[in-house]
Design a protein around this ligand. Structure first.
Ligand SMILES: NC(=O)c1ccc[n+]([C@@H]2O[C@H](COP(=O)([O-])OP(=O)(O)OC[C@H]3O[C@@H](n4cnc5c(N)ncnc54)[C@H](OP(=O)(O)O)[C@@H]3O)[C@@H](O)[C@H]2O)c1
Length: 257
């Protein structure tokens, strides 16, 4: 059976391995990334800056036109931002890329199955409800953890047909935005303790081939998590969905559909 699979962040790391593997299996794979050099040898590459809301919407429209029925949406795109960067819409980059693009792709493509690859099960970090754009006291780790917790709630918002997946420390990850000493330290740690990419993506193949019965499945490094975790609270998910829509409107980016 040929499936239509959209992969955000499919030009590098786990996403790229997934794109190439599914294409070899005969699936129709649409790959999203921002770097055209990396996109040269992946299937149906679409260049898009997923931290830009308008660009993300443009690519959603392009996909909908040609592939109106998406079987699986696999969400990998992320990038570390050591300093606070604002996008064209005035949003903090990590929030926009790591969380908001995933929100928009899920909502816009309406796939049968979504696999959101992030850090479910992690309880560190928090959502700064009164300062979602981290205008005060920004740090890279704070931004990553906040967007990670938002992605946990996104699973609750956009279920059924949703898998939240924390793959564990993996020998992937574009480290170029990081300072040199940190890059070196992570590379050494990954060599010693990181798992191979193939191992990290293995369960995703199973979910695509045999979609889970549960409306929402949360798997942290091989362990199925209970859904009553504080990080998956439905009231918080509703609050985030509401705040996200307000934000899209007030950023002047909402469009009537
Ligand atoms: N690696 C780990 O140990 C680990 C552990 C737990 C969770 N995770 C999570 O797993 C996911 C995948 O990780 P990975 O290590 O495979 O990442 P990676 O190798 O760094 O790949 C990131 C992907 O995101 C894309 N991307 C970044 N910025 C973009 C933008 N503005 N617009 C469009 N695409 C953009 C990159 O493509 P371009 O360069 O073409 O833009 C690339 O394809 C991430 O969400 C990560 O947080 C990773």
């Amino acid at each position: 059976m040929t499936r239509t699979i959209v992969i955000s962040g499919g030009t590098d790391g786990m996403g790229r391995a997934m794109a190439l593997a599914r294409s070899r299996r005969g699936d129709e794979v649409i790959t999203l990334g921002s770097n055209p050099d990396k996109g040269r040898d992946v299937p149906h590459f679409h260049r898009v800056d997923l931290s830009d809301v308008d660009d993300t919407r443009r690519v959603i429209e392009a996909i909908n036109e040609r592939w109106p029925n998406v079987d699986a949406l696999l969400l990998f795109a992320n990038r570390q931002a050591p300093r606070r960067v604002e996008t064209k819409q005035g949003l903090e980059q990590t929030f926009a890329l790591y969380y908001l693009s995933r929100y928009l792709l899920g909502k816009g493509l309406r796939p049968r199955l979504t696999v959101n690859v992030a850090g479910v099960g992690v309880t560190k970090g928090t959502i700064h409800w009164d300062d979602l754009q981290l205008a005060h006291g920004y740090s890279m780790v704070k931004a990553q953890l906040q967007a990670g917790r938002c992605n946990d709630l996104l699973g609750v918002i956009q279920s059924p047909g949703y898998v939240l997946y924390h793959p564990g420390f993996t020998r992937s990850g574009d480290l170029t935005p990081l300072p040199k000493p940190l890059r070196l330290a992570i590379r050494i740690a990954a060599k010693l303790k990181g798992q191979p990419i193939e191992q990290a993506i293995h369960p995703i193949h199973d979910w695509i081939d045999h979609p889970p019965d549960e409306p929402l499945l949360a798997v942290d490094r091989g362990r199925k998590l209970p859904l009553d975790l504080p990080t998956l609270r439905p009231a918080d998910a509703r609050k985030l969905a509401e705040k996200t829509e307000q934000l899209l409107t007030s950023a002047g980016t909402a469009r009537s559909r």
